[in-house]
Design a protein around this ligand. Sequence first.
Ligand code: F0G
Length: 457
Amino acid sequence: MNLPFAEAWKIKMVEPIRKSTRQERENWLKTANYNVFQLNAQEVYIDLLTDSGTGAMSDRQWGAMMVGDESYAGATSFHFMRETIEKITGFKYVVPTHQGRAAENVLFSVLVKAGDYVPGNSHFDTTKGHIESRKAFAIDCTVDDAKDTQKEAPFKGNVDIAKLEKVLAEHNDKIPFVIVTITNNTAGGQPVSMQNLREVRQIADKYNKPVVFDSARFAENAYFIKMREDGYQNKTIKAICREIFSYADCMTMSAKKDAIVNMGGFIATNKQDWYDRAKVVGIVYEGYLTYGGMNGRDMNALAVGLDENTEFDNLETRIKQVEYLAKKLDEYGIPYQRPAGGHAIFVDAPKVLTKVPKEEFPAQTLTVELYLEAGIRGCEIGYLLADRDPVTRENRFGGLDLLRLAIPRRVYTDNHIDVVAAALKNVFDRRETITRGVKIVWEAELMRHFTVKLERL
Ligand code: F0G
């Protein structure tokens, strides 16, 4: 008999979680204005809000925390982190930041100005926020496949090269760089192929433009390349990572994802002029060059996390758990962005709640229903998150409207996943009775989903 698959780790420390009653959840969610970001964590049973900063560190990471060097300048922890980053990515200049959006802020302060165009594949909301707040435009060039949740394709996170070339040709002198997000979070944690990264590089070279990778989940992207792309089966994840970054001039990193730390980020590049300019902004916003918003111990944990999570076994354990949830949903007939992505399952809400009009935010409605059903917190990645068009101020209903169930790394067991799937099935079974959604009563101008106040209709 073949032995079944099992996790590549065992558990050394646990944190109790608690169930609640439907009545408690009704009250809590009302107080939270039907926005799950406003819930208190103890009001949540299984928390799939995000995979960001919510992972469980390993014993090696905790060990490294104990020997962090907290010197203000020249800390050995910084050098250890910088060397690890260089080993994995090939980039020698590193600007540490407190998280991913801080890396975006520092880099874009240097590179993006009003009226610029920044083409890419489904910019993440903070990336879009840092572009639009500078009165520049984030142009989405994702492949059309990404919009068809039911289409099975191996690399639905890809950049559409024809769309990219059109933008490059039309706005050439207004383009500071091309940005590629790996994996493509907004399109469903979908990977970008090596072939596509290579083609982006070639087309960017043709127009003499630099390329930046938003690399929050680059290791998961490397796993998919190994599993799905010809020629990579026998390569190590680390070798694949080196090739990935050979096609970029610079990376921004939210270490809260694939470095499995609770807080941290960085910019890394080989462009000395970018580094020289970014480091000045880094000092102003983040802190001195050898800590930038992180403790010495955090940088140690980050370095160890990056090293561990660019190993196949760790990634396989993680991605197989996401696939496990997908298989359950297949069994129940619940539609999601296919195939399963790297960090989350994205349920196609308008295909579930067919009676809820888009103006009433189907994915947010499904998020609310799942929380009320079992205390499971997902996250809307849809029409609320898309914000309004900066020019017309209309809601942007052009993209997908998804309920994201993000799986924290090394945190929940498959038993928890079974509970999630069953709760979602219960909501799915009564979908025909859900005919009304939610209405906005207050919203911020940018990144409204964090603070939006809603009413149930
Ligand atoms: N880029 C991507 C692709 C992201 O998914 C995120 C964060 C960031 C940048 C920003 O990084 O949070 O460290 O400032 N994504 C989280 C999420 C918040 O839930 O998907 P950060």
